[in-house]
Design a protein around this ligand. Sequence first.
Ligand code: GRF
Length: 198
Amino acid sequence: KKVAILISGGGSNMVSLVKSMTGDQAGDHPGRPCLVLSNKPDAGGLLKAAELGVPTEVIDHRNFKGDREAFEEALISAIDPYQPDVIAMAGFMRILTPKFITHYAGKMLNIHPSLLPKYKGLHTHQRAIEAGDAEAGCSVHEVTAELDGGPILGQARVPVLPNDTPDDLAARVLVKEHLLYPEVLKRFCQGERGSFEI
Ligand code: GRF
């Protein structure tokens, strides 16, 4: 199964996904990374992907002056030549319209740094701390037209500690993201669709 990974920043989740499919970690994993694409030309993850030997593409959303449709048409034109079976969003910070989501219906995953359905959208760790939650975490879900709303395929929990800052909590959750996403992707590539927790 060919896996395209979409990023906007450092790409730490992308690195975890690529490493889980290559080298001695690959084992019986049916997935192989075919592309890393970023909407930001300066995304640190692009260099990491190149170092890992994965082809990269950049579609800079700023070249489309708010024309989402045109941006998404350019995304599709850049992605489709790689013929991915799966699209993994990993820190991709652009909201996609139903046009893009329909084009890859049933093939798209995303990781979100909260225990969905709680805290859809941004600033998830700050919101969990301010709500006084005892736990926080991350979720991998199928991407549908509803932002952060598709079927949940996996979750991981961490404790919220008394003096946590949002950055403290983000760092604790990110460790779990790097374990959860590769496991969900492997199961998704194997055709599994159930939800599990690590
Ligand atoms: C992570 O918190 C992830 O949950 C969110 O983007 C953040 C950065 O991810 N989607 P990465 O380091 O760019 O993979």
